[in-house]
Design a protein. Structure first.
Length: 481
């Protein structure tokens, strides 16, 4: 795979990889351009869309954005699919049919397919398949529209830790952390089609099918909502809440100290680069908070993508470093104080009220506090029959209930907590071996544990009350009809 030629391009050549070189003229598309939107579901600040429009304008051909709805992707339920579809509905203006990609390419005679980038194996597998299935003439460009420094430019190998990737990323930021060019309308309009998407029915069907994990009321989807969370005048992170980030971000009782951006970043409803540019603009006001935020947003997040891209076993014990695998296996048969089944854990039926609270926060609120996620996963290691089991259960629960789940950050978060990925060895102890340990007493020293348990109880009570009210209103409506 090589980088695309940068000649007359609106975007840096390093951001694009040619997955397939079509046999048509190499300098321009002859048929229309299709952007297959997958990970970066937005119209603003989207390098893949910028590239697609730029290529279409140069060849004077129309451009379409296609989205292929998978209602079975890594176990997504109503919570995640509803959020995604409602966001997509806001993008949708033209009524294009969502077809499987190769068929769509064939149907419209496209000669260039642009796609955004995801390191997850399923998505990479589909792209390989699509490369085989589209006609010879078609070129396929993959654009890293998610990371600030394109993944393959930041590093060509699996990085060991934040320490080893930080310098590489920071060195490249002046080149890549730049303003976006303004995206004008395409020169040629896509011929109007009579296909239209019945959003209401589509969303109702998807939400009904995935009703086991219901949608969230507090988290409004879409690009506009994402920008409000970042910098809105009411309660924006950079405008109103930034100063608490460096002091309170590890306090689960103060979730508003965190940005709250992960749902939007996961679905690409806001660009990481936009968040970083805006944070840099207010650095003078709160330098420490901005530095800490950028470390998480850029270094930690891009490190997670690096792991999933270069480590094919990114969600299995086999993907852990040698020292960690050894220590975990040495302690795999240590006696555990408790062993809980997946069902007991899912229902928050453990003897630890703090752990149960974090599980309930995730199940009902849909976003567990970042600090609690570490404690939560580490306890699963302590309470299951072995590390493989612990990893599988933590990923299953994380992907099922977190609004930001099914993300490289989630796989790496679980791998960090349970398998020591990107961490170092610590003092050896039962069950954990040399994997970093966390316990209830440590949490008690750090924050008001009882306060957090009471806070989650209130939160769950409110969610349940609202759900009951909604059900009642629906029943009333039905009776009126
Ligand atoms: C066991 C476990 C599971 C996790 N699962 C997920 C997940 O499914 N999806 C997810 O996005 N994050 C996950 N994380 C990472 C982190 O906890 C969340 O990104 C964060 O809590 C999201 O809230 P926020 O956006 O308000 O955080 P903020 O602190 O405001 O962070 C801003 C952004 O920086 C990035 N970031 C922050 N912390 C990390 C981190 N440790 N690693 C990588 N990137 C980070 C995220 O993109 C985040 O949205 C997990 C961590 C652990 C330990």
């Amino acid at each position: 795979m090589e980088n695309a030629s940068s000649a007359q391009s609106a975007i840096q050549s390093g951001r694009i990889r040619v997955l397939k070189e079509g046999s048509g003229p190499s300098d321009r598309a002859v048929g229309p351009v299709v952007y297959w939107m997958f990970r970066d579901q937005r119209l603003n600040d989207n390098w893949a869309l910028i590239h697609a429009v730029d290529q279409a304008n140069k060849a004077n051909v129309p451009v379409a954005v296609a989205f292929n709805l998978f209602d079975q992707f890594l176990g997504a339920k109503a919570r995640q699919l509803g959020f995604m579809l409602r966001g997509l509905q806001q993008l949708h203006r033209d009524g294009e049919a969502v077809e499987t990609i190769p068929n769509f390419i064939k149907e419209c005679g496209a000669s260039l397919l642009v796609t955004d980038f995801s390191p997850l194996r399923e998505v990479r597998g589909w792209k390989e398949e699509i490369c085989k299935r589209v006609g010879d003439l078609v070129s396929i460009h993959e654009v890293d529209a998610h990371n600030i420094v394109p993944l393959w430019v930041a590093s060509e190998k699996l990085e060991y830790s934040a320490r080893t990737i930080r310098g590489k990323i920071n060195k490249l930021l002046p080149e890549y952390l730049i303003d976006f060019p303004k995206l004008g309308p395409p020169n040629r309009k896509w011929p109007t089609s009579n296909h239209s998407v019945d959003w209401e029915n589509l969303i109702t069907a998807v939400v009904r099918k995935g009703a086991e994990v219901p949608e969230l009321e507090w988290c409004e989807p879409g690009e506009h909502a994402a920008r409000e969370v970042l910098m809105g005048s009411k309660n924006g992170f950079l405008t109103k809440r930034l100063k608490n980030y460096s002091t309170d971000r590890n306090n689960p009782l103060k979730p508003k100290a965190l940005s709250g951006l992960s749902p939007y970043l996961h679905f690409g409803q806001i660009s990481v680069q936009r968040c970083a540019l805006e944070a840099r603009n207010v650095k003078k006001l709160c330098p420490k908070a901005v530095d800490t935020f950028l470390e998480e947003l850029i270094v930690r997040r891009e490190l997670a993508d690096n792991f999933c891209f270069y480590q094919p076993q990114y969600d299995s014990l086999q993907g852990a470093w040698e020292w960690a695998r050894k220590t975990l296996m040495d302690h795999a048969s240590d006696k555990r104080e408790h062993i809980y089944s997946r069902e007991q854990l899912e229902k928050a039926q453990t003897a630890d009220p703090l752990w149960n609270a974090s599980q309930l926060e995730m199940v009902h609120y849909g976003k567990m506090h970042g600090f609690m996620r570490m404690y939560w996963a580490k306890k699963i290691l302590e309470w299951t029959s072995g590390p493989e089991d612990a990893l599988a259960i933590s990923i299953y629960l994380n992907d099922k209930y977190e609004i930001d789940g099914r993300d490289p950050n989630g796989y790496v978060g679980c791998m960090w907590s349970i398998c020591g990925v990107h961490d170092q060895g610590w003092q050896e102890r039962p069950v954990f071996g040399k994997i970093r340990y966390m316990n209830y007493a440590g949490c008690k020293r750090k924050f008001d544990v009882d306060g957090y348990i009471a806070y989650v109880k209130r939160l769950v009570g409110e969610v349940k009350k609202r759900k009951a009210e909604t059900l009642l209103n629906e029943k009333k409506k039905e009776l009126c009809i």
